[in-house]
Design a protein around this ligand. Sequence first.
Ligand SMILES: [Zn+2]
Length: 278
Amino acid sequence: MCLAWDFLLSKDRIWVAWFRNCYLKKASYWNVVVKGSSSAVWRSIVAVRDFIKSNYRFQIGNGQKTKVFLDPWCEGKFLSEIFNRRTLGCLSRDKNICMSAIITDGQWDEGILGNTTQDLMQAFKNLLMIAGEDQLQWHTPPFGFQKAWEAARVKNQEVTWATLCWNGGRPRWSVHAVLIMHRAVISHDFLQKRGFALASRCYLCYNEVENVDHLVCGCEYVWKVWSFLSHVCSWNLHRVFALADLLLQFDQSQRKDVKKIIPSLFYSYTIFYMVGEE
Ligand SMILES: [Zn+2]
C-alpha cells in the first residue's frame, strides 16, 4: 500500500522511474496486466490498485499528471465505464490526453467541454481544483492511518475466541493466546509436522505425546492448575482433554473475571514450558 502510494505520487524517485520504464512503458498503472515474470514488489503495488481506486479522489491542479481517459478520476471509474465512445469522441480522439489540455488559466476550458454532453461536463466540474500539481487524496479527509487500515484490511468473520484473547491484557499475553488457538506454539507435534524427527513426550507428566490439546488441558499437571483456578473462582469446570472443549466452556461462562485471566495463564504456561524444556 505504502509502495503503491509512493509509486503514484513520487514520480521523480529513481525506483519509481525504473518500475515505470520496466513494467508500464506506455501503459497505465490502472489497467496494466501483470506478467508472470514481474517482481513480487511490482505485484504488491498492482494488487492494491482497486483499493486505491475506491478510496482515493483525484484533485486537479495543473492537470499534467492526470490522464483524461486512462486515470479513474471519475468517482473511481474510467470515463469509458460511464460514457459511450461517441460522447467521449466529442472530447478528444487522443487517448493519452492529459487534463492540462482542457484547463485554461486554472479553470476548465468551456470551449472544449462545451462540445460534450451535460453529464460529462458536470463530471469534470465535480472534481476539486487545487493550486500546483495534481494530487491524490483520501476520500473523506482528513486522512488517518486508522481509517486506511480499517479500509484496507481483510475482514473475516470474527472467531468465537477473539474476545478471550484480546480482552485488554498485555499484548504479549494476547499474542501467545492467539498462537495457542492457532496451534502455532512450538510443541513436539508442531515440529514433527515440519520434518523434525524426535520422540515426543510431555515435559510435565512424562506420560503422553506432547501436542497443544495435551499442553493446554489434557495433561494431568495442567489440569491441576485449571482445577485450582476454577475452585478459587467458584467456577464449575468439567474435565476435558481437547482445546475445543475447553474453549466451549470458556465461551459458555458468563464470568468476566475468569475470561480475563485465561490469556495470562496461557502466556505463563507457555513460558514455563519453553524454559523448562530448554
Ligand atoms: Zn503431560
